[in-house]
Write a protein that binds this ligand. Structure first.
Ligand code: FAD
Length: 391
């Protein structure tokens, strides 16, 4: 056993794997052919199962109603949800993990607890037309007005906006002692001035859409400010670290599934009268894939253990970037090889390799594109040296 998982870890991993295999994977092709949507009764059954299995709010403490898992255990669960396409695994929820520590009693009652319970859903509006990798370039503004803030701005790629009850809106303060710094607000989707601009089509087929949204003189009470004025970027960095780890975990699951499916196909497929798997060119593609998967898995589990052990934030920031970079690039290489092994079948939307080849592409872009991860890693290398980063 390479990864030294404890009996409880193995049980959680197995519980998640069974849920994905028995409940989610059978619905992938249906979702792909129906704009990402499932029959409503199936979606409800998945939600019920998630509750029953203890996979609601896996990153929140049990005293708040969450799953209470260690970060390593969260990685094991997310790895399994990564094995399914069409975002069907997103039914396993991870509400903002940083929020309970800074939320006011009002925010706990109206947003945090209902979200953990699965009764409310959130989305994030940070990116803009002129600000993606460079989050500090956002043009959205927040102006204090008595006991309220007036919010303005246009946001892009707001994932799950079509399913959300409220949105985290990041803006720059226009005045006061923190003018020019970032602040984060909770905005109910129904608030006057919040407007859906359009729903662009994306490469994948998900029921979660990515809206362009306008915020036009949106008035929110000061009770909707998260933390303090000027805290906005700190929350975003904390969220980035967590999501980078979980993206890496899901990429492990995707790669494992792709290797298994490609190997199974190659074992049955006859070419020139012999099983495809007997060709060394095919064996080499699978060998490279499983080797890279193992490396990525070691890195990801190790980073999760570092988070659980309370390793310093700078090391974690670098390691989360390294695993996000490596695992997402690895999974994309594996998906490309799997398409090649499946041949023409690998270009059909009903084929898992075709879907993953499209879906995994965004893992090299969102939550900091690969180039941005390299910038972070290079910066840490410059400051801490090789042993500080990879020692
Ligand atoms: C499907 C999808 C869902 C998303 N969901 C959300 C969401 O829910 N909420 C949200 O706020 N945002 C969301 N995003 C936005 C996402 O985080 C950004 O797309 C991402 O951060 C990159 O920003 P950008 O697209 O503006 O690219 P740009 O910043 O314009 O970058 C373009 C290219 O230049 C590269 N680049 C940038 N800086 C450097 C550098 N210093 N050196 C070398 N190369 C560099 C980038 O890596 C990239 O390849 C989503 C995006 C997608 C595609």
């Amino acid at each position: 056993m390479t990864h030294e998982l404890s009996p409880p870890d193995l049980e959680i991993q197995e519980r998640a794997r069974r849920f994905v295999d028995e409940e989610l994977i059978p619905w992938e092709v249906h979702a792909e052919m129906n704009g990402g949507e499932l029959p409503p009764e199936v979606g409800r059954r998945h939600e019920d199962e998630v509750r029953r299995l203890g996979f609601l709010a896996i990153n929140q403490p049990t005293e708040l109603g969450g799953g209470g898992y260690s970060v390593l255990q969260q990685v094991l669960i997310q790895e399994q949800t990564g094995r399914v396409t069409n975002a069907l695994g997103w039914v396993v929820s991870t509400p903002a993990g940083w929020l309970p520590a800074v939320a006011t009693p009002y925010q706990m009652e109206h947003y945090v607890l209902p979200t953990i319970a699965g009764d409310k859903h959130e989305c994030y509006a940070i990116t803009e037309e002129g600000a993606g990798s460079d989050v500090d370039a956002i043009a959205a503004t927040a102006r204090r007005d008595g006991d309220a803030y007036i919010l303005n701005g246009e946001k892009w790629h707001v994932t799950s906006a079509n399913l959300a009850d409220y949105v985290f809106f990041q803006a720059k303060l226009t005045d006061g002692p923190h003018a020019g710094s970032h602040a984060l607000f909770i905005v109910d989707m129904e608030t006057p001035g919040v407007r859906h601009i359009r729903t662009p089509a994306y490469t994948h087929t998900f029921a979660h859409h990515h809206w362009e949204m306008a915020f036009e003189d949106v008035r929110v009470p000061a009770t909707h400010l998260v933390g303090a004025e000027g805290d906005g970027m700190a929350f975003t960095y904390e969220w980035f670290r967590y999501e980078r780890l979980m993206i890496a975990a899901r990429c492990l699951g995707a790669a494992e599934r792709l290797i298994e499916e490609a190997q199974s196909f190659a074992s049955q497929r006859l070419v020139f009268g012999e099983p495809l798997i007997d060709r060394q060119a095919i064996q080499f593609m699978l060998a490279d894939s499983v080797t890279e998967l193992w490396a990525a898995r070691l890195m990801t589990y190790q980073t999760a253990r570092e988070v659980d052990a309370g390793t310093d934030l700078k090391t974690l920031h670098a390691h989360c970037s390294m695993i996000k970079l490596y695992a997402s690039e690895m999974a994309n290489r594996v998906a490309d090889r799997a398409v090649q092994i499946f041949g023409g079948r690998g270009y059909m939307r009903e084929n898992v390799a075709e879907r993953f080849a499209r879906e995994l592409r965004v893992d090299r872009i969102w939550e900091g594109a690969s180039e941005v991860q390299r910038v972070i890693i290079a910066d840490q290398l410059g400051k801490r040296g090789v042993r500080g980063v990879a020692g």
